[in-house]
Design a protein around this ligand. Structure first.
Ligand code: ADP
Ligand code: MG
Length: 285
């Protein structure tokens, strides 16, 4: 393991994204009788991204079971290091790929529980006047206790009034009103939830490549579950309706994340409790 400083040790890579990389780390207290603390550090090389650092401050005021805890930021060898809660059962991206590699699909009951956690995280952020703006499978993290949490609020910003108009985030998951540079609000998140859940359900990204999508989004019909190839899975009408509501192109008729929590596909499944811990442990056993 690599000593980042006297007490923090990098004990292995958790993955890399467009802007940086994430490692599992340990704090080993000087007193060997004290327990070591495990957490994750995201490292960003220095650059224009520095300005986003200020926005990380917003993470500090987040305290929700649906948001990955943020511990603080420091510099190491010129890089920016963001310390956060370690999630030991990987991201939705890895979870659906693992299930797919077994020739299976995520059960709708599991999908609705994942969707409910994402929507509860977004509801919490909205109450704090924060837009997440980067909802996608790799930013939905699991732990072996069955918790599902949102991470990477680094590009989120406070809502100015109710609308924000800056162009940041990952295009494939961006709502049409963001791609066209219009002002956007909390309903853009609902679109990203729809793409994320649809991707997890079918095991692949449901939209064309970025550039093609960005160039043609105004001519494309939104992806509808009913139009998709038959994946050998019988999706329930409630699930199809959930996806179709999320993927309404017209932002004025698209529900907010909080409204989507009232959708029957989310509400009606709550009577049948599901053990997400048992599910996720089975995925990674
Ligand atoms: P991206 O989200 O675009 O894939 P990131 O740099 O944000 O890129 O993250 C890279 C990978 O690191 C993610 O796919 C995820 O699996 C993993 N990761 C990120 N944060 C954590 C964390 N707090 N705990 C465990 N794994 C994490
Ligand atoms: Mg990420």
């Amino acid at each position: 393991s690599l000593a980042l400083n006297k007490e923090i040790y990098d004990v292995g890579s958790l993955g890399a994204g467009a802007g940086g990389w994430v490692s599992k780390c340990e704090i080993r207290p000087n007193d060997p009788n004290l327990p070591k603390k495990i957490f994750a550090i995201k490292t960003l090389p220095p650059g224009p991204r520095d300005i986003e650092l200020k926005e990380l401050i917003i993470n500090e005021r987040c305290n929700s079971p649906y948001i990955v805890k943020y511990y603080g930021t420091f510099r190491h060898e010129g890089n920016i290091c963001i310390a956060m809660e370690y999630m030991d059962a990987k991201s939705l991206h890895e979870v659906y790929n693992r299930v797919k590699s077994e020739g299976a699909f995520l059960h709708e009951r599991v999908l609705s529980e994942i969707a409910r956690s994402i929507l509860l995280g977004l509801k919490y952020l909205n109450a704090q006047r924060i837009l997440h703006r980067d909802i996608k499978p790799s930013n939905i993290l699991f732990n072996l206790n069955g918790a599902i949490k949102l991470c990477d609020l680094g590009i989120s910003r406070d809502l100015d009034g109710t609308l924000a108009s800056t162009f940041v985030g990952t295009r494939n998951y961006m709502a049409p009103e963001r791609l066209s540079g219009e002002k956007y609000g909390v309903n853009c998140e609902t679109w990203s939830v729809g793409i994320t859940i649809l991707e997890a359900a079918i095991g692949e990204h449901p939209l064309p490549e970025h550039d093609e999508f960005v160039a043609n989004y105004d001519k494309l019909a939104p992806p509808q579950l009913t139009d998709l190839p038959d994946y050998g899975v019988m999706w329930s009408p409630a699930f199809k309706d959930f996806i179709n509501q999320c993927l309404k192109v017209n932002v004025n008729v698209r529900p907010s994340p909080t409204q989507m929590l009232e959708h029957p596909w989310i509400k009606n499944q709550q009577d049948k409790p599901i053990d997400m811990g048992a599910f996720i442990r089975r995925v990674w056993q």
